[in-house]
Design a protein around this ligand. Structure first.
Ligand SMILES: [Zn+2]
Ligand SMILES: [Zn+2]
Length: 109
């Protein structure tokens, strides 16, 4: 998410609230939503199917079937990421030279 402060626009992760330092590996979704590498790592581990349809903070799709795994950093944050965005973000971050991280999950089928 973005917020305005005296020294300009501050970008922070929608899922953990960490402010972007201009260097860290983060992936942007729609409407200025952002997920950081730490959250992507965590989400890849614990994303799970839920019981209700949901809306993804990153791709803004509505009525995503409950069977598509999601992750949300509850109870502190309300942002939700769907598995498709998560995998997309993981791929993007694997390619980012400064993230120094490779997602292993993409390769195995
Ligand atoms: Zn984060
Ligand atoms: Zn999504």
């Amino acid at each position: 998410m973005q917020r305005n402060e005296a020294d300009g626009i501050i970008i922070s992760c929608d899922f953990c609230g960490t402010d972007w330092d201009g260097q860290a590996a983060m992936v942007e979704g729609h409407h200025g939503s952002v997920i950081c590498l730490n959250c992507v790592k965590k989400a890849l581990e614990v994303a799970a199917v839920g019981e209700d349809k949901y809306e993804c903070t990153l791709c803004l799709r509505h009525n995503i079937p409950a069977s598509l795994p999601r992750w949300t950093n509850q109870p502190k944050f309300s942002a939700v990421v769907c598995q498709e965005c998560l995998h997309q973000a993981a791929k993007a971050l694997s390619k980012a030279p400064h993230s120094q991280w490779k997602w292993q999950g993409g390769a195995k089928k």
